[in-house]
Ligand binder design. Structure first.
Ligand SMILES: *Cc1c(COP(=O)(O)O)cnc(C)c1O
Length: 405
């Protein structure tokens, strides 16, 4: 491949779904678990600390939380957070109109009903819309969708005043910061995913973090600790469990030692990996600036991002024109996802796809949602790959774009 080929015909040949392999240390640790056979987190020899308990301690240290629970998935972490906060059947929960299906799904899992809050051109939750709806629920499940973090200082002030508890969905912000605070540490509970397409990869998995001992103890019980909570290293004192252990049901969703073994070296590497994502993201962003009809998402200076995906807006474009850009890019090997498509394919990211939640039309958000184009940025891409991808998108957007007359 020639790096100097600037013609319209240069194509990209990499895979948008290929992540890096598991670090050798993770493979070694996983083999050790397979060899001793104690995969269940509470199956420990006398004096042995399980991989899962150690992982929780290390992740708590990484984000600076008092407590951490590792679980089966990010979706499970969110549903557990809602249960720990007492959300139940018929309750309402505020959440983003722009997010991924596991978020309204976690609300549905506890029998509650989402109240959707709009999205801004910065792809964050619309804080004015949120303010007007704060009296309708006691809990906000806030999704930092695609890594975009809203003004967390304003959001927390607003929610604290209204006594609305905040659960943060950090599936796309593990390793990110707002105003120096790690994402997931502003609200009552932070939830993360360890699914293959997130920032650490154990196939499936998740974390829940909090500083609240009662919420932590309830979450541990909910996850299926039986009465073995003393084997945790990042859970509250056994004393705290006395208050809740007979009142909290077991809804199993534990992490296991095999996945924990795979994850521990990745948590240790996370800061380095985040920097590598951002090197790629900013190369793409630079390559997409100053293209007529294409709006780059400006990131606030308070935000330290993890650029594991990139979005841009084709605002007020016709459906046909967006479809043509996506098709032309795909022909050249660049896989874009149009989040605005009327019929969801492969994934859903907009509130009106979730009919069970009985969504109410939001015209201001619809305009933005219809313009969102998304692209994954796996670490298997080089910086040069990202520069090439940006050149392809630039050329195809420019070829299709027609300025409003
Ligand atoms: C992936 C994801 C989750 C949780 O995912 P799991 O697959 O359940 O681990 C939550 N929110 C968003 C926005 C996601 O993309």
């Amino acid at each position: 491949m020639s790096a100097h080929n600037w013609s319209m015909n240069e194509n990209f040949t990499g895979s948008f779904t290929q992540q890096e392999s598991i670090p050798e240390a993770g493979i070694e640790a996983a083999l050790a678990v397979l060899r001793h056979g104690r995969l269940h987190r509470y199956n420990t020899n006398a004096g042995e600390l399980s991989e899962t308990a150690l992982l929780e301690l290390e992740f708590a240290t990484y984000v600076g939380s008092k407590y951490c629970l590792a679980v089966a998935s990010g979706g499970y972490a969110m549903a557990t957070a809602l249960r720990a906060l007492g959300v139940g059947h018929g309750d309402k929960v505020l959440s983003n109109a722009f997010t991924l299906a596991p978020v309204p799904g976690a609300i549905a899992a506890v029998g509650a009903q989402p109240i959707f809050v709009g999205v801004t051109e910065g792809l964050t939750i619309d804080l004015d819309d949120l303010e007007s709806k704060l009296d309708q629920a006691d809990v906000l499940l806030l999704s930092h969708m695609r890594g975009h973090i809203c003004d967390m200082d304003r959001l927390m002030a607003m929610c604290d005043t209204a006594d609305v508890k905040v659960v943060e969905d950090c599936a796309h912000t593990m390793g990110a910061l707002w105003n120096g605070v790690p994402s997931g540490r502003a609200g009552a509970i932070g939830c993360y995913s360890c699914q293959t397409y997130k920032h650490v990869n154990s196939g499936e998995g998740g974390f829940l973090v909090t500083d609240d001992p009662i919420l932590a103890a309830k979450s541990v019980m909910l996850s299926g600790s039986y009465m073995l909570f003393e084997r945790h290293l990042a859970a509250p004192d056994p004393e705290v469990f006395k208050e809740i252990k007979y009142e909290t049901p077991n809804i199993s969703g534990r992490m296991d030692n095999l996945r924990a073994a795979i994850l521990r070296p990745q948590i240790a590497d996370l800061a380095t990996q985040c920097q590598r994502w951002n090197d790629r993201y900013y190369a793409l962003e630079a390559g997409l600036r100053d293209v007529s009809g294409l709006q780059v998402i400006e990131r606030p200076e308070q935000e330290v991002i993890v650029g594991s995906s990139i979005q841009f807006l084709l605002l007020d474009w016709s459906e046909e024109a967006v479809i043509e850009v996506v098709a032309r890019c795909l022909k050249r090997g660049v896989e874009l996802k149009w989040f605005g498509a009327a019929e969801p394919a492969a994934f859903t990211s907009r509130y009106d796809s979730w009919h069970y939640a009985k969504p109410v039309k939001m015209p201001k958000s619809d305009r933005i949602l219809q313009g969102i184009v998304d692209m994954r940025v796996p670490l298997t891409f080089s910086i040069e790959d990202c520069e090439l991808i940006a050149r392809i998108i630039r050329a195809e957007v420019s070829a299709v774009y027609q300025a409003p007359s």
